[in-house]
Design a binder for this molecule. Structure first.
Ligand code: MRU
Length: 340
């Protein structure tokens, strides 16, 4: 593991603010955002400055603490805290880690009637979430590594690496672990339209690790499988329902269908904080719909679609459990049928 890797997010103890690496500026620029209150935290999550399910959970927790810290002394401290929690938890709908982290902090403090003690507890719990995510992903890496063979070609989608978590990544954790153990791998990174997390972030972090990564457009994945370049697909998850149906970045579903057709194993890697036992199946998972301008305008000097065209921009899709070869969590490699 590269010791000099940029942290995704951390708490700055000097002023008790949440610092996040602004991922909208990568790979060209290394810029940090210092977030001090709930509106700033929610905005950074919504704009994907910090993104990836585990990372937004940790950002939500540290951000809620930073916001509460500034409210000490206000007469309506608890009212303000509840408002902050709702604002942050509502910033994005699909990754369950966001609400999970906020609920975990709020459950700890609802019975505490002293603001100073309340912020101490919020801080301890937020830092615990950060530490646990690092630890869980390390275990995902060790379990998932057993599914990778020397010489494999591995296809991944979006960014489920270090930049999407407190450390190690989820889908990339087994890849890092396999490489650390000397296995030679070829990684194929889907660019991941429309926000290009694969091109901008996955390639950035894998190249920084000295790994052999090849960037391809999303619609080239099927032919890579057809040519025998891909021995396994590893993806992350934003929410896993009780039956194993998995929401992940839009485009994951077609990868899973292609993988099944070509007989390539399809692995989902996620910490148990991404499992939502309130969702029976994928039909219960809310899918974020984002601005159509991300498709028509975002990366282009001139709009690449006629003005006024209707757009569909669901940020995630849901892969049915029947297409998933195994789900790797910190507890091990689980095979279908799943029951969480
Ligand atoms: O919209 P994003 O960039 O937050 O989407 C991220 C993904 O879909 C990741 O694959 C998922 O969160 C797993 S991250 C370890």
């Amino acid at each position: 593991m590269n010791e000099n890797a940029l942290p995704t997010l951390y708490l700055d103890e000097r002023d008790q603010s949440l610092v996040v690496l602004d991922q909208t500026r990568l790979p060209g620029e290394t810029a940090w955002l210092r977030l001090k209150n709930a509106p700033e935290v929610a905005d950074a999550i919504r704009r994907l400055c910090v993104r990836g399910a585990p990372a937004i959970g940790a950002a939500a927790a540290l951000g809620l603490y930073a916001s509460a810290y500034r409210r000490v002394g206000e007469p309506d401290f608890y009212e303000g805290l509840e408002k902050d929690a709702a604002l942050i938890a509502g910033a994005r709908p699909t990754a369950v880690n966001l609400r999970w982290a906020v609920d975990r902090l709020m459950e700890k403090v609802r019975m505490i009637d002293e603001p100073e003690r309340c912020i101490d507890v919020l801080k301890a719990e937020a830092l615990a979430i950060l530490r646990e995510d690092e630890e869980r992903n390390g275990r995902i890496g060790r379990h998932g590594e057993s599914l990778i063979h020397d010489g494999d070609g591995i296809l991944t989608h979006c960014n489920a690496g270090r930049l999407a978590t407190a450390a190690h990544g989820t889908a990339l954790a087994p890849i890092y672990e396999a490489a650390r153990r000397g296995k030679k791998l070829r990684i194929y990174a889907d660019e991941t339209r429309p926000l290009l997390q694969g091109a901008r972030l996955t390639c950035f972090e894998l190249l920084a690790e000295g790994l052999d990564v090849t960037l391809q457009c999303d619609n080239m994945a099927a032919s890579a499988m057809q040519k025998g370049l891909v021995q396994a697909v590893f993806v992350g998850a934003d929410r896993i329902a009780r039956n194993g149906d998995t929401a992940n970045k839009t485009g994951t579903l077609s990868l899973a269908i292609n993988a099944r057709y070509f007989g390539v194993p399809f692995y989902v890697c996620a910490p148990t904080s991404t499992i939502d036992t309130h969702c029976e199946t994928g039909a219960d998972i809310p899918v974020e719909e984002r601005d159509g301008a991300e498709i028509t305008d975002l990366w282009f000097e001139r709009p690449m679609a006629p003005r006024g065209v209707k757009t569909r921009n669901p940020a995630f899709d849901v892969t049915p459990w029947t297409l998933i070869t195994a789900i790797v969590t910190e507890d091990g490699v689980l095979y279908p049928p799943f029951r969480f």
